[in-house]
Design a protein around this ligand. Structure first.
Ligand SMILES: [Zn+2]
Length: 509
């Protein structure tokens, strides 16, 4: 295709086709059907699309457009292409890291363990010192990937600066995603301060009871074990997961048997990454929901999280233009719905009636699930604080290693290893996308409970309402959803309340 002939129609068709191929390529590697990931080849095939010329053409089209709906879509196309162009510069290196990790193994106590299984093993390992040995082995692999990961970040920063004039990474993302990171951060610092005492007290108790050590002394690698609460495993059997999913959807008026557009992959393959994931290859007609079921509360939570994404994408109105179905400026919208489904694991009625947790155990499950979530949320505030700091001095490795460890340790009271300073960071301030979703999900759940009651998930009208939100696909921003249901964007009070109420719930456990 020659540059002179490219229309916006060609560009959007190119985005649709290349996105489909990219998601399919990374899905096949992720589920263990391919040994190597080669997204670089896909991006090279679409070099005409993810090129400086095409990005500039998209920008001109966006700037010249008078119709507001079309202008918004072209705006998204422009940023999408620019990101694609930036990624093209680092795709081969990214593939190298993914393929390396996929095939890496660690040696612990004379045993060889695939790298991807270490995390799950650590969560299930009752011996404290062995959990540390697993962590040490894991970090050796991480250190091997760090130079590549750092170089990927530096190349992206240079490309944004040299080719597009964005010299400030936070500024670029803030413009693209329409987020004031300082405002978001300030609101979340208030959240941290308001909830600190409750967190330290309750988390401190939990840590002492499960490990006989004090909060502040343990490495972050122990958290997955502490929060896995194996005593509840018997209520969350791996064989029951799909039945629970089916009943949950039925409550909302959705028939799983009829949802042919959401492809479930539950197969157990040796190289399949065990973490659940959703690939919106071409929503709503082709969405993939993937899990390697292990059983346990954490596994259920991870599955329902991804199922929330799958329902969001799978229920998009097929009549919407492609850009409104699958081209977003951030993940903050879809994460509202993934959290909503995931947090059913904190809903007493759902645990009792859908999962079948005995009535006298329900409060315990809710309490520990929410307390674990409390940790995660504080960790993400720490991540955002760290990432904003990182990008103020992205070339100062020693400073960033130290900044990572101190910031994350400060917000969570668990000790973080400096080695994870780039491994534990997703591009584009994904941490902020999650945090925006946490804030808005608390509002949406508050709205659902107020309107349809605690058992909203059994109410077809609630299902109808959610489907009406999902039908809008990716066409809205996270904060528009907050406004649509009558809340003030970035208001953290609904979020704070659900953790502050933990103190009272504890007395009932
Ligand atoms: Zn998600």
């Amino acid at each position: 295709m020659t540059a002179g002939a490219i229309t916006t129609g060609d560009i959007i068709k190119g985005i649709q086709d290349s996105t489909y191929e990219l998601l399919t390529e990374s899905r096949l590697a992720r589920v263990g059907l391919k040994d190597e990931q080669d997204t670089a080849a896909v991006l090279e095939k679409y070099a005409w699309l993810y090129s400086l010329d095409t990005v500039r053409r998209a920008r001109e089209a966006y700037e010249a457009e008078a119709d507001s709906g079309e202008k918004e879509r072209l705006r998204r196309v422009y940023y999408y292409l620019m990101d694609g162009y930036v990624e093209r510069q680092t795709a081969a290196q990214e593939d190298k890291v993914v393929s390396f990790e996929m095939n890496a193994a660690v040696e612990v106590d004379g045993q060889t363990i695939p790298y991807h299984n270490v995390r799950a093993l650590m969560a299930r390992e009752p011996e404290y010192d062995r959990r540390d040995r697993l962590r040490d082995a894991q970090l050796q692999v991480v250190e091997q990937t760090n130079p590549d990961r750092l170089e990927i970040i530096h190349t992206r920063l240079r490309t944004l600066c040299d080719d597009f004039g964005y010299y400030d990474y936070a500024g670029y993302n803030s413009e693209k995603k329409r987020v004031d990171y300082e405002l978001l951060r300030a609101r979340l610092e208030v959240f941290l301060a308001r909830t600190e005492e409750t967190y330290n007290k309750l988390m401190g108790e939990w840590v002492e009871r499960t490990t006989a050590r004090r909060l502040g002394e343990l490495g972050s690698n122990h958290f997955a074990y502490i929060s896995r609460v194996p005593e509840y495993d018997l209520y969350f059997k791996k064989e029951s997961l799909l039945g629970v999913y089916e009943r949950t959807l039925r409550g909302l008026g959705i028939d799983l048997a009829q949802q042919h557009n959401i492809h479930l992959d539950t197969e157990d393959r040796p190289k399949k990454n065990p973490r659940a994931v959703c690939y919106p290859a071409n929503p709503p007609s082709e969405v993939h929901l993937i899990i390697k079921p292990l059983g346990g509360l954490d596994d259920y939570a991870a599955f329902f999280h991804e199922a929330g994404h799958a329902q969001h994408f799978g229920n998009a109105d097929p009549a919407l233009p492609y850009v409104d179905r699958n081209v977003a400026t951030s993940y903050a919208l879809s994460e509202i719905y993934s959290f909503l489904m995931q947090f059913l694991t904190m809903n007493p009625a759902w645990l009792r009636d859908v999962v079948g947790v005995p009535a006298d155990k329900v409060n315990e499950v809710v309490y520990y699930t929410r307390l674990a979530e409390f940790f995660l949320l504080r960790r993400y505030v720490g991540k955002l604080r760290y990432e904003l700091g990182f990008f103020q001095g992205p070339y100062d490795e020693a400073r960033n290693r130290a900044l990572y460890a101190t910031t994350l340790s400060e917000t969570t009271e668990f000790v973080y290893p400096p080695a994870n300073f780039v491994n534990d960071m997703d591009s584009g301030f994904y941490s902020a996308d999650y945090l925006r979703a946490w804030i808005t999900e608390a509002m949406l759940r508050h709205h659902l409970e107020r309107t349809y009651g605690e058992r909203w998930f059994t109410n077809h009208e609630a299902g109808e309402f959610l489907r009406s939100l999902w039908a809008t696909g990716e066409s809205k921003e996270n904060e528009e959803i907050a406004r649509m249901i009558g809340y003030e964007p970035f208001d953290v009070s609904y979020l704070a309340d659900q953790f502050l109420s933990l103190d009272k719930l504890r007395s009932e456990v």
